[in-house]
Design a protein around this ligand. Structure first.
Ligand code: 13P
Length: 287
């Protein structure tokens, strides 16, 4: 059974750790992340971007796959299935498809429109038992065609959105999706502190978890971050392990071309990355 992310994130906030959101792309990704969470006895959030949802042939397919896999793998830790950077239409479609959590990313709308659409979706999500994340101050970088300039969120605007009854808030603090450039200035902890103080203890979300140094992750958690999103890092470890398998010529040996063999090292690499992140975020043993 899937659960909303509300309770797990309140517990994380109160216990001073963060729950990882790991984005899924296909069956192998989903299986690796679920197995890692079970092994670590950690709550977990499976993130689905709109692009990944389309790739997997639609939100209904994704929800059915995840629900069946949780059951057949005997996963007992709390699992939330969450729409990542959802549009207004995408958020509605995921409520319909049986997700347990949605993000509405209205950060590119004028604040009044962001407020109006978020208000409507909070009502819809809560009426159906889902948790909802909203965003203020866009996250930089490019993810599945969504390009953000990477602003630092205004604490007053964060308060306005947090007060709409959302369950957790993504606020831009100099974080970006994908790899960080060499001249990146780091997270803006002053902004994070101000946002945290302005938003009445709402669990905060740190997007762009790939490549943020460990000390910054720990400091962000100490300043109210309870959910950290990781996507690119699993893609990089999957690609590196698959490359090593091919470069070693293993696909040419015996039945090494069988997709169940070819994709196995990448799947193991995703699992190792997720376990490493769960350790760093402090969610191990918190299921
Ligand atoms: P990364 O790809 O940088 O890890 O970011 C993931 C993310 O924030 C998903 O919303």
């Amino acid at each position: 059974m899937l659960v909303s992310a509300t309770e797990m994130l309140k517990k994380a906030r109160d216990g001073h750790y963060a729950v990882g959101q790991f984005n899924i792309n296909n069956l192998e990704w989903t299986k690796s992340i679920l197995l890692a969470a079970q092994e670590a006895n950690s709550p977990v959030i499976l993130g689905v971007s709109e692009g990944a949802g389309k790739y997997m042939t639609g939100y209904k397919t994704v929800a059915a796959m995840v629900k069946a896999m949780v059951e057949t793998l005997g996963i007992t830790v709390p699992v939330a299935l969450h729409l990542d950077h959802g549009s207004y239409e995408g958020a509605k479609a995921c409520v319909e498809a049986g997700f347990s959590s949605i993000m509405f990313d209205g950060s590119h709308y004028p604040i009044e429109e962001n407020i109006a659409k978020t208000t409507e979706l909070v009502e819809l999500a809560h009426a159906n038992g889902l948790s909802i994340e909203a965003e203020v101050g866009s996250i930089g970088g490019e993810e599945d065609g969504v390009i953000g300039a990477g602003e630092v969120a205004d604490p007053a605007e964060c308060k306005k959105i947090a007060d709409l009854g959302i369950d957790f808030l993504a606020a831009g603090i100099g974080n970006i999706h994908g790899k960080y450039p060499a001249n990146w200035k780091g997270l803006d902890f002053e902004a994070l502190d101000a946002i945290h103080k302005a938003t009445n203890g709402i669990p905060l979300v740190l997007h762009g978890g790939t490549g943020i140094p460990e000390d910054m992750i720990k400091k962000a958690i100490s300043l109210g971050v309870s959910k950290i999103n990781v996507n690119t890092e699993c893609q990089l470890s999957f690609a590196a392990a698959t490359r090593a398998y091919i470069e070693a010529g293993k696909d040419l040996q015996g039945k090494g071309f069988d997709p169940r063999k070819l994709l196995a090292p990448g799947a193991e690499a995703i699992k190792a990355t997720v376990l490493e992140k769960m350790q760093l975020f402090g969610s191990v043993g918190k299921a």
